[in-house]
Design a protein around this ligand. Structure first.
Ligand SMILES: CC(C)(COP(=O)(O)OP(=O)(O)OC[C@H]1O[C@@H](n2cnc3c(N)ncnc32)[C@H](O)[C@@H]1OP(=O)(O)O)[C@@H](O)C(=O)NCCC(=O)NCCS
Length: 166
């Protein structure tokens, strides 16, 4: 149903089209709602270890995710991912497919766990989604996110071990 593949340069316009409204909304990611296309390229394409896109049956790019180490050096075996799905393509399982894919990518890349650092407490759909995929809520960061509409709200740290071998 979905094809998830590595980001290619030709995908940039669609990635920006998907992520611009997400960032402008200021309710799910900490990036400034005024973030530019160039800054988005840096954080979504250039800085991560890899970026992927999700295509639907019509080969339209409807989602994207990145994967990168969550910490340098001695914490680099834990990865961090960010996901976004086109507003018009939500609720069809694209994020679920990308979440599964990202976990496989993580294991293949040698990561042992995945951490989400700032899941906004009002982002109920995302929290439900990550829990469904086995992520645990490690803790609540009181008022750690400045929600564009609601002001200071809590954020969750979510974590999943992908490899339990010592
Ligand atoms: C969160 C997001 C990635 C989900 O993408 P999606 O493709 O719509 O998710 P899926 O279709 O795979 O949804 C899977 C599950 O999550 C639930 N879900 C997703 N969004 C939801 C919402 N807004 N409210 C309630 N449930 C939601 C679905 O009901 C579904 O659960 P089910 O299979 O038990 O019915 C998408 O809404 C998005 O891009 N949001 C903005 C960016 C963002 O929040 N990224 C994550 C930051 S932590």
């Amino acid at each position: 149903m979905f094809t998830i593949r590595k980001y290619e340069e030709k995908d940039w316009a669609m990635v920006w089209e998907i992520m611009e409204p997400v960032f402008r909304a200021g309710v799910t990611y900490a990036y400034s709602p005024d973030i530019t296309a160039a800054e988005t390229r840096k954080v979504w394409i250039d800085a991560p270890k890899a970026t992927f896109v999700c295509e639907d049956e019509a080969n339209k790019v409807i989602g994207t995710y990145y994967i990168k180490p969550n910490q340098p050096g001695l914490g680099a075996h834990v990865c961090n991912c960010g996901y976004g799905v086109d507003e018009n393509a939500r609720g069809r399982g694209a994020a679920s497919a990308m979440c599964r894919h990202s976990q496989e990518t993580a294991v293949q890349s040698g990561f042992r766990a995945m951490q989400f650092n700032l899941v906004v407490s009002t982002n109920k759909g995302a929290i439900r989604l990550w829990k469904k995929h086995g992520f645990a809520v490690i803790g609540v960061l009181p008022e750690a996110f400045f929600h564009k509409e609601r002001g200071f709200v809590d954020a969750l740290v979510m974590y999943k071990q992908l490899c339990n071998a010592s």
